[in-house]
Design a protein around this ligand. Structure first.
Ligand SMILES: Nc1nc2c(ncn2[C@@H]2O[C@H](COP(=O)(O)OP(=O)(O)OP(=O)(O)O)[C@@H](O)[C@H]2O)c(=O)[nH]1
Ligand SMILES: [Mg+2]
Length: 443
């Protein structure tokens, strides 16, 4: 990818709105824009009202233009932002004119990619921007904003200096072994402290991830117990088809909702029973798979039938998971058998739903508490931390077994190299493509 040409994109969502923003970044930004306005722009960081013209001199829109001179811009390059009226046609014509005058259409995340390449932010902050945009709960936003302000970057910088400190001690002890006395214990202590820090980070990471991406919750149960009715009620919308025919839901139906400030991704699944129906069988397999990988399961039971063999089977499959037995149809049914901390509801009338939400929040509490200590907001970050941790654990093992310190230095160098990829001090095109492809165009 050419990282030096001039790029343009619409930065606001596609559709009609009061205002839309078209952005342009690169050395030719001002020249490209100047072809469409009669009076040039000199003053930076000011709003200028201009007529924006197409290449035949026809008026496209009355716009506001602001110019950000390099390096004082988001990307660190010369940038111009055009605020036009938010009609789809007006916005597209504005962009098309810029493209025909020498700009190239930006790809996803290319503005932020350039900001990174120009040293405006490290990769951890770039990822934080994506999470700020995508945050669906207060706590996810807080976590992402913390990283944007450098919480994770600062911690990783500190980790880096500690690793370098240990490494330099090792090197001094190798190079000047006759004059300088640096004991293996001193090095081991340094590594142990790093190890403790990493273990703690990794332990809390899942919580950070739950906060950022949402807690997954799967609704399972035998057919016709009211799973889809419950999903619709929790989402407060008619998402899944509900009928009195057992086996109505076949595929997994997902919806997202905030319960008491926590973001949940809820899956409704096919009713689990013995069946010869090929499609239903696939649905049931999918249901069990979804339940196994989810953070919490709502095991829905039917108070009009009581606890049946099918329920017995489902319980045997999910018993080691984090699940809540939910007796539904309590408006008409009275047959139930307490399994654990059972909750009683009527999904169709909404009775008991508040209580269910309370229990859900109580159950997921440990999954999200202290999550903000982690500052880990993506699987990528966790993956790198785990790799760094492995090198450190290995070096502690090696040292404890009495091997010479120079062997340990190899592991520490590897850990440092992983850390530099995590923060973006070292990067490959593939790594950047991977991260920035998740952004929208225009960011
Ligand atoms: N009386 C009563 N009926 C309910 C309640 N919840 C659901 N039903 C009814 O039970 C039937 C089955 O509801 P669904 O939500 O489709 O059940 P399901 O578990 O998704 O069923 P499958 O998709 O077939 O596995 C429908 O006729 C619902 O109206 C309830 O709380 N009380
Ligand atoms: Mg259903």
């Amino acid at each position: 990818m050419n990282d030096r040409d001039t790029i343009a994109a619409i930065s606001t969502p596609y559709g009609t709105g009061a205002i839309a923003i078209v952005r342009i970044s690169g050395p030719e930004s001002l020249n490209v824009v100047s072809k469409s306005i009669r009076k040039g722009i000199k003053a930076e960081r000011k709003l200028h009202r201009r007529d924006f013209l197409d290449n035949d001199g026809e008026l496209i829109d009355e716009v506001l233009v602001s110019y950000f001179k390099a390096p004082r811009s988001y990307t660190g390059e010369d940038m111009v932002e055009i605020y036009c009226h938010g009609g789809v046609l007006v916005t597209n014509k504005t962009l098309d004119t810029l493209l025909s005058n020498g700009a190239r259409l930006a790809v996803n995340g290319e503005f932020t990619r350039r900001a990174f390449l120009n040293g405006k932010m490290d990769l951890l902050k770039a990822e934080a921007i994506l999470h700020v945009i995508e945050a669906k709960s207060e706590s996810a936003l807080k976590l992402a904003l913390g990283n944007l302000k450098g919480k994770l970057s600062d911690e990783m910088e500190l980790l880096r200096s500690k690793l370098i400190d240990v490494l330099s001690r090792i090197e001094v002890s190798i190079d000047y072994s006759d004059d300088v006395i640096i004991s293996d214990k001193e090095i081991l202590d340094g590594l142990t402290e790093i190890n403790r820090f990493l273990s703690n980070k990794i332990k809390h990471a899942d919580r950070g991830l739950h906060i950022s991406t949402g807690v997954t919750m799967t609704i399972v149960g035998k057919p016709n117990v009211g799973k889809s009715t419950l999903l619709n009620k929790l989402l407060a919308e008619d998402r899944a088809i509900v009928t009195e025919i057992p086996g109505t839901t076949r595929d997994i139906i997902r919806g997202e909702v905030k319960i008491q400030g926590t973001h949940f991704i809820i899956s409704d699944t096919a009713g689990i029973r013995r069946t010869e129906d090929k499609i239903e069988k696939i649905g049931i397999e999918k249901a069990l798979k979804e339940a196994k990988k989810s953070d919490i399961i709502l095991f829905v039971l039917d108070a009009t039938t009581g606890f049946t063999d099918e329920d017995e089977y489902i319980l045997s499959v999910i018993k080691s998971s984090n699940f809540i037995p939910v007796w539904n149809k309590r408006d008409v049914g009275i047959n139930f058998l307490e399994i654990g901390e059972d909750v009683h509801i009527s999904a169709s009338t909404g009775w008991g739903l508040r209580g269910l939400e309370e229990v859900i929040i109580k159950k997921v509490g440990p999954l999200i508490s202290d999550g903000e200590l982690a500052h880990i907001i993506s699987e990528r970050q966790l993956e790198y931390l785990k790799r760094i941790h492995l090198y450190i654990k290995n070096s502690i093992d090696v040292l404890s077994q009495g091997y010479p310190v120079d062997i340990v230095s190899v592991d520490i160098r590897q850990a440092l190299s992983e850390l530099d990829e995590l923060s973006g001090k070292n990067f490959t095109e593939d790594l950047l493509d991977n991260i920035f492809s998740n952004f929208c165009v225009g960011k």
